[in-house]
Design a protein around this ligand. Structure first.
Ligand SMILES: *Cc1c(COP(=O)(O)O)cnc(C)c1O
Length: 404
């Protein structure tokens, strides 16, 4: 495994919250000569890919696909709906909410931010207050991160929809599902989400390089009234292309499309409900293990209330510098790479070494999660860090539930 310094024997495990573990089926599908982009299999694959992406997002709306990472689709969503001087409301619950707000500001939007900190979900009463105060309906969109990958908080998007509806506010509801799509339950149409952004490299199990903007007719009408949208970011031709190149405004991401086709085949074969149930069970196994460790020593989950936790990622604390020591130990000795803490404190602050995260999105199963938890326990023992007993048997009990 050449990606690891002092690599131990055996298969490595990248347990960071994106990019996620790549299935062999995805990698194998991508390992091929360059295909023709003008005719044949590749253009013919697109209708099925678009249909399956909408099934994953639970929408009958539109999807525009970009050769971009998550930041790219943040910009794409804004470029089609928010012009200079337009106002957006951003209730943030971590690093990524702040990041999307910053991008809107850089594009000339007026940003009203409500910062709920780094370990709590949105307080809908405060969001409703801000919406109610906007009698002139100047707020054109609410930018909401479903799962903030830095804090691992999961926000209640239906409650946000209800807050908008209760005060009759017409703002677009825009959701960042880059971390959550394909992991946590998400229903774009049923939840009344107008615009949703996602990337391919987390729950969708494809190497980074493609991003998606889903939008409904209400959002399309807002786009139609924009004075100017750059040709490259314009979602209209991408969502309704007359020719194959218009999906991309240029050359297609050829190999990524084969990878995405394979990933969508896996998701469709398993079924969305089963994909969600698998992530739920594996996340609960992680939580009970963390609860057991937490009964002694300094390890704590960042989100105390399970009702507000994501099934895609878990943010943890371990007294500095032990989080960094643990990550180094598991990587060097086990080939197990844990995620760094993100956005909790500046990276030059010694406290930075007190945060880490576990990615459990996409191509994960019970034996991988038991390996992840066993690896952490080995690290806690190897570094002589105090921790409570019983974590692994508690996790095994969850994974061993009937039907697992
Ligand atoms: C990963 C992530 C992003 C950023 O995606 P990049 O591909 O790193 O640009 C944004 N929002 C959320 C919730 C994420 O998890």
């Amino acid at each position: 495994m050449p990606q690891f310094r002092d690599a131990p024997a055996g298969r490595g495990y990248l347990a960071i919250p994106g990019p996620s573990v790549m299935p062999e089926a995805v990698l194998n599908a991508m390992h091929r000569p360059a295909p023709n982009i003008y005719a044949g299999e590749l253009p013919e694959m697109m209708l099925g890919i678009v249909a399956d992406l909408k099934r994953v997002a639970r929408t009958d709306g539109h999807v525009a696909i970009y050769i971009a990472n998550g930041h790219g689709v943040w910009e794409a969503a804004l470029a089609n709906t928010i012009g200079p001087g337009d106002k957006v409301l951003v209730p943030s619950t971590g690093h990524f909410g702040l990041g999307w707000a910053g991008m809107a500001e850089a594009l000339g939007a007026e940003v009203e931010a409500i910062d709920f900190g780094k370990s709590a979900p949105m307080d809908m009463a405060r969001v409703a207050e801000a919406l109610n105060a906007d009698k002139a309906h100047k707020i054109k969109a609410v930018l909401a991160v479903h799962v903030d990958t830095s804090s691992s908080v999961r926000n209640d998007i239906p409650a946000l929809r209800a807050a908008l509806d209760d005060c009759g506010h017409p703002a677009l509801l825009m959701a960042d599902c880059i971390a959550s799509l394909g992991c946590d339950v998400f229903e774009m149409d049923a939840w009344g989400v107008d615009v949703m952004v996602a990337g391919c490299q987390k729950g969708l199990m494809v190497p980074p390089g493609m991003g998606f903007v889903f939008f409904n007719d209400k959002a399309a009408a807002v786009r139609a009234h924009m004075p100017r949208v750059s040709t490259y970011w314009d979602w209209t031709p991408r969502a309704q292309p007359k020719e194959f190149w218009e999906y991309w405004n240029g050359t297609a991401p050829t190999h990524h499309l084969y990878g995405l086709r394979a990933a969508l085949d896996m998701i469709m074969a398993e079924g969305m409900e089963a994909v969600w149930a698998r992530h739920d069970r594996l996340a609960r196994a992680i939580w009970v293990a963390c609860d057991a460790w937490s009964s002694d020593g300094s390890l704590r989950m960042n989100i105390a209330d399970p009702a507000h936790r994501s099934r895609a990622v878990t943010a943890l604390r371990l007294e500095a510098p032990d989080a960094t020591r643990l990550r180094d130990w598991t990587e060097r000795n086990l080939g197990l790479t844990l995620g760094i803490g993100l956005g909790m404190v500046p990276s030059d602050d010694p406290a930075w070494h007190g945060y880490f995260r576990l990615g459990h999105m996409g191509h994960v199963n019970g034996h991988m999660i038991m390996g992840l938890l066993g690896g952490i326990e080995a690290g806690l023992i190897g570094l002589d860090l105090p921790h409570g007993p019983g974590a692994l048997s508690a996790a095994a009990a969850v994974i061993g539930e009937a039907g697992a």
